[in-house]
Design a protein around this ligand. Structure first.
Ligand SMILES: [Zn+2]
Length: 537
């Protein structure tokens, strides 16, 4: 293929085409319309959904969108919750520690709901997941591990694992430490006596009648076994498969064509792919994403989910700006912290401006663009996202800082005077004002400290003030030039002089380009503010 794409979801869509065809040509996909291409994303119901869950689902749906655009072939997204997974440790921030401690090792779907709202621990988490996905309007089919096992959906795959028992073992065993090799089994029977999955050990397999023998004599950290010995069928929900094999079982059973995963799971994905081949299936096209980093640059794991929450982001910036942030190169490790919000909002707006221009010049809304993905509902409804004015988030923060006010009418006066197109973008700017004011109160105000310039910078501040008092133009360039001249004449040097100006006007060490700021804030308003703050001293 010679088509060049700018956005990563189209590269991924092409990778799926390459998997489905020898030629890489979408028109060679040999699949009927009633046979959608299957995308999958997995959820571990040991905790609440969080920003990593959102990112994985959103990114997967973007690849789906690109694939449908590229091929015209229908797709389906399966969101899979592994609620047969056992409770490994007592989670933080969840009530009823004692009850949970007793249930360590039991499948999450057999552990009571500590919140007493749903029938089990995982039912509670699954309900939260579905609410969460519905809030964002994702189109998906929900499947839980428990239902698949109990309804026999996995039976064929389970029987195949039993038939190819040694081959499956040989995929995993070489990756294990010596002492674990003999006892490793793909199967985890649920003990018929104590109900735990992590305390059992397979002692023999009987492919002839589809059963396995086990003993409950394993005691992983914090769990207590019961010594029960039994023999159960691998089908029907009494036996689950373990980590890596469960991925393979899903891929094989559902015919998954595409799944993405965090970088820490690359090896697991490769091994799962090998197991799918042992079972006679084809592994999906895969893609790994980097983990988000927290404030200190440490990885935020998908299961732990520390760091910024979605609600926290939405308190300061619109959902689309979060979408924009998540859309950026997923294979680059990015810090996910409050301080990325202003910049993300501004870059999202910049992409919106770009998209509005590009869409105006073409017959159909361009697809190979961040906005086509991030704001798909608007695009599909024919409501092309755009932004005509130059107003942005950091400008609002600076304005609030200079005015020291959250009076919205006053802020709007300044914005419309700076750019008369601002009113036309009111539907974007209004919510952005709310977020920026909140951001200002929470993060900027507490660190703010207005300072009067010292003797080494004051004369040059006065020089700049006098320039503005006599100036009747409104060119950011000319003002910037005058600022430079004043700064250079200062005894303190240019850098310290600018810092003194920001301390005087905004109460902070750094700030926007001074010429642009004065143009936006107003020349006479700047003079007034300087005079006021100098006389305060
Ligand atoms: Zn037991």
């Amino acid at each position: 293929m010679t088509v060049q794409y700018d956005t990563w979801p189209f590269h991924e869509a092409q990778a799926i085409v390459d998997r489905l065809t020898d030629s890489g040509d979408p028109s060679d996909i040999d699949r009927s319309e009633d046979d959608p291409v299957i995308f999958e994303t997995g959820f571990g119901p040991s905790g609440l959904p969080h920003i990593g869950t959102f990112a994985e689902v959103a990114r997967t749906t973007w690849v789906q969108r690109a694939f449908e655009e590229l091929t015209g072939h229908p797709t389906k997204l399966i969101v899979f919750s592994d609620d047969m997974d056992g409770l490994r440790k007592v989670p933080e921030n969840v009530p009823k520690d004692d009850m949970l401690l007793e249930n360590l090792g039991r499948p999450l779907c057999d552990v009571p709901d500590p919140f007493e709202e749903e029938e089990s621990f995982s039912a509670y988490m699954n309900a939260r997941l579905r609410e969460f996905l519905e809030t964002f309007g994702f189109d998906y089919e929900f499947r839980s591990s428990q239902d698949q096992y109990h309804d026999g959906v996995f039976d064929d795959g389970l029987e195949r694992i039993l038939e190819h028992y040694e081959e499956v073992r040989q995929v995993i065993v070489p990756t294990l430490r010596e002492w674990r090799r003999d006892r490793w089994s793909p199967f985890f029977p649920k003990c018929e006596n104590c109900g735990k999955v992590y305390t059992t050990r397979v002692t023999d397999v009987h492919p002839d009648d589809g059963t396995i023998s086990y003993v409950c004599d394993n005691e992983p950290k914090g769990m207590v076994c019961c010594e029960h010995e039994g023999r159960v069928a691998v089908t029907g929900g009494q036996v689950k498969v373990g980590w890596k094999v469960d991925w393979a079982l899903r891929w094989y059973t559902f015919g998954v064509d595409y799944e993405m995963y965090g970088k820490d799971l690359i090896e697991s994905a490769d091994l799962s792919g090998d197991i799918v081949e042992v079972l006679g299936g084809d592994p999906p096209a895969g893609f790994f994403y980097e983990m988000f980093l927290d404030e200190d640059g440490k990885k935020i794991s998908k299961s732990v989910g520390t760091g910024l929450t979605i609600d926290e982001w939405l308190a300061y910036g619109p959902l689309e700006s979060l979408g924009w942030f998540i859309f950026q190169n997923p294979q680059k490790a990015t810090k996910l912290h409050f301080d990325v919000i202003p910049d993300s909002v501004d870059k999202w707006l910049e992409d919106r401006r770009d998209y509005g221009r590009a869409a105006a010049e073409s017959d159909a809304p361009p697809a190979d663009h961040s906005i086509w993905f991030v704001e798909r509902d608007s695009v599909d409804a024919g409501d092309i996202p755009s932004m005509d004015s130059e107003v942005d988030y950091s400008m609002i923060l600076n304005l609030v800082g200079a005015l020291n006010t959250d009076d919205r009418d006053m802020l709007w006066n300044y914005l419309t005077r700076y750019d008369e197109d601002a009113r036309g973008d009111e539907d974007v700017i209004e919510p952005m004002l709310d977020g920026a004011l909140q951001y200002y109160r929470d993060f900027i105000l507490p660190t703010k400290e207005y300072r009067t310039p010292g003797p080494d910078t004051l004369p040059a501040v006065r020089q700049f003030r006098d320039f503005l008092a006599d100036y009747d133009g409104e060119s950011a360039e000319e003002i910037q030039e005058a600022a430079y001249e004043a700064g250079k004449s200062s005894d303190a040097g240019l850098g310290d002089w600018f810092q003194a100006m920001y301390r005087l006007l905004l109460g902070q060490d750094r700030g926007p380009r001074l010429g642009t700021f004065v143009e936006m804030f107003g020349v006479s308003e700047t003079v007034e503010t300087i005079d006021e703050r100098l006389s305060d001293d």
